[in-house]
Write a protein that binds this ligand. Sequence first.
Ligand code: SAH
Ligand code: AVI
Length: 329
Amino acid sequence: MKTALGDIEIVSRLGADERTLAFDVLDGLTRPFKEIPPKHFYDTEGSRLFEAICHLPEYYPTRTERTILTENAAAIVEDTGAAELVELGSGVPSKTLLLLDAMQEAGTLDRYMPFDVSEVVLTESAKMLVERYPGLRVFGVVGDFERHLDALPPAEGPRVIVFLGGTIGNFPPGSRRRFLRSLGRALRPQDRLLLGTDLVKSPAVLEAAYNDSAGVTAAFNRNMLAVVNRELDADFDLEAFEHVAFFDREQEWIEMRLRALRSMDVRVGKLGLDVHFANREELRTEISAKFTRERLEADMRAAGLVLHEFLTDPDDLFAVSLSGAAPAR
Ligand code: SAH
Ligand code: AVI
């Protein structure tokens, strides 16, 4: 798409034959412990609710990551010579503006490649960015970053893959390493991965961030049931599920669940599936792993990556790291 404003191209890999929600719901709701993966939170309403979470007083990750980027964006750009950013799970890329501003300032800014499952948010941000940065080329991918990384065009200059917000923590540990490995394979020796990770801290602070007093996280959590109702013709009663979020100290991750408030049967029309929930039975909707530097380094090593920089805030709440592909041995 060439708009009056500038150069935007958007490819979509989520075509009409995209069966991932149907597959995940069939698979996840027929397991002994029910589960639906978190990527299904993000329809237009889910993306809006996530944005609202980012502004909550209890949800420290967004503002802390912004502080770290404010302090370090110029140095990151100088270090990497970044001319193009690939941003995974870009959402509303407000923190990314700090990097793009620094690239513009350094005179290297050429191309921005947002990658997200949410088409509406991606298209809106592409338009906003070409207006803000005259001459910027935007190549967007609407797709699942676990399956469609091949949709990205080859690098044309020093590239930084940006993955902010702590979204890497939403992968289970095995998939996380597999995913990091696939990113490592996509990096040339001069390219870098800029990764945001939430850090292990007091359980009280962590649990407050996922149990906000305004109930926005609860609405975000329940919205997944609204997505299943709409897309798969299901009849979940949203009021019959309560939001649950707790820190698992052994795994060092936050777990979000929806707990049935009574025994019930739910029909998923498009799958011809009837699912029974016992009273107080729980459906897992998200894990959000919290990191230490050691945990991150171990993951990086296992994925063939080398950690170059580990940047934190004064209270060690959150980290932004820069890594590169390990030299071949
Ligand atoms: N980067 C932003 C948004 C984080 S929210 C920030 O730091 O604030 C997570 C984002 O990842 C959402 O926009 C969601 O739509 C996207 N997302 C989640 N799972 C995805 C997947 N499997 N493939 C592509 N995008 C995904
Ligand atoms: C996108 N992701 C990193 C958020 C997190 O904190 O794990 C999603 C979220 N879930 C509840 N609140 C925010």
